[in-house]
Structure formats: structure tokens, C-alpha cells
Design a protein around this ligand. Structure first.
Ligand code: FE2
Ligand code: FE2
Length: 200
């Protein structure tokens, strides 16, 4: 299965290169964390890993990937729809198991639906919920913090405050799906606090 993940990643990379400038880092971090969280929490890596690798491929359709506001609803919707189509092609081309592919493609197509008011889907589904935890936590990491700070035009202290005030994913509405992801938030918050000398 490891070889298949590498194949999927190699097929996805050209799309990411056309998309948001931070996404290669974003996905590489997610891949690393998926391995750890699946092992520790007993989640199906064969679903979560391809989902992590493929979920943002749809940003490849952006005409101006550097200046686009990724938080706009139409952009979000478009990246999920295109992502679903690209994911379908990539998974088929590596002969990924059909039943698992179906689920992964579906998840790619809804992975940001919280932005359209759907929160329950992440709470009721531990795999999708854990995916969301990781997707959300990336902005707490050094690279994610720096990248999103620029997108939101915030300084370090403002960005830190935003993260500190968001006690859980999706504007605090969704509890963390695993104890590992909950703990990670605390660790990263502490790291950024020290890194930017934001000690109170
Ligand atoms: Fe996304
Ligand atoms: Fe993402």
C-alpha cells in the first residue's frame, strides 16, 4: 500500500504545483501526521492517506493562485468539485480498491462543507473528523502559520490570538476527533508562542 500512496502523491503533485503556493508543504505535513494518527487511533489509513494527499488538488484550477482569496465560498466549492474529478482519475489510474476509492472521492467533494454550515458530518464520522482536525491544525505549524498569516493579512500576534481563541476546529463548533489531534493543538500553540516571543 505504501507504494500506492507514493504513486498517488506523484500524480497529485503536478496539480499542487499549479495551485496554492503552500500546498506541497501542507500535504507533506498531512501525510506525516496521517501515519501517526492512524497508528495511534486505529483509523483506516487506506482511506485517510489518499484523502489527505488528494483533498486540495482542485486548487489547480485557480487562475491566480497567489492572490486568490481561498476563503471565498465559490472558490471553496470549485476546489472541492474539481478535486473530486481529479481524485477519481488518479485513484482509477493506480487501480485503487473501488470501494475505498468511492469513499475517498466522496470525502474530497465535501471536505470543506463546514463552510456551508455542515458540521455534523465531521462529528459523526471519525475519519472525516480526524481529517478535518489535521487540515485545520496545519495552520498551527510553523509553515502553515506563516503562509496563512499572509493570506489573512495578519501580524504574528494577531494570527496567534486567532488560533488561541479557536478552541477547536470549525470556529469552535466541532470537538477534536482524537486525543492526539487535541494534544497537537496545545503543542503547536506553545511552539508558536515561543517562536514569536508572544509570552504573556
Ligand atoms: Fe480544501
Ligand atoms: Fe487542506
Amino acid at each position: 500500500m505504501k507504494l500506492l500512496y507514493t504513486k498517488i502523491w506523484n500524480l497529485a503533485k503536478p496539480f499542487y504545483k499549479k495551485g496554492r503556493p503552500m500546498d506541497i508543504d501542507h500535504i507533506q505535513w498531512m501525510m506525516k501526521m496521517v501515519k501517526i494518527v492512524c497508528k495511534k487511533e486505529g483509523l483506516d489509513e487506506e482511506i485517510l492517506m489518499p484523502l489527505a494527499i488528494l483533498h486540495d488538488v482542485g486548487y489547480a484550477i485557480l487562475l491566480d493562485p497567489v492572490n486568490t482569496n481561498y476563503y471565498k465560498k465559490d472558490v471553496r466549492k470549485a476546489h472541492m468539485k474539481t478535486g473530486e474529478e481529479i481524485a477519481k482519475k488518479i485513484l482509477a489510474s493506480v487501480n485503487y480498491p473501488k470501494d475505498k476509492s468511492k469513499r475517498i472521492i466522496k470525502y474530497v467533494g465535501i471536505h470543506d462543507n463546514w463552510a456551508f454550515g455542515e458540521v455534523e458530518i465531521y462529528i459523526n464520522d471519525r475519519i472525516l473528523g480526524t481529517f478535518k482536525d489535521l487540515d485545520y491544525l496545519w495552520i498551527y505549524t510553523k509553515k502553515g502559520f506563516d503562509a496563512i498569516k499572509k493570506v489573512l493579512h495578519k501580524n504574528e500576534a494577531e494570527m496567534f490570538k486567532q488560533l488561541k481563541d479557536e478552541v477547536s476546529p470549525i470556529y469552535g463548533k466541532k470537538p477534536f476527533s482524537t486525543s492526539l489531534t487535541r494534544t497537537l493543538r496545545e503543542i503547536y500553540l506553545q511552539e508558536r508562542k515561543i517562536e514569536y516571543n508572544l509570552l504573556e
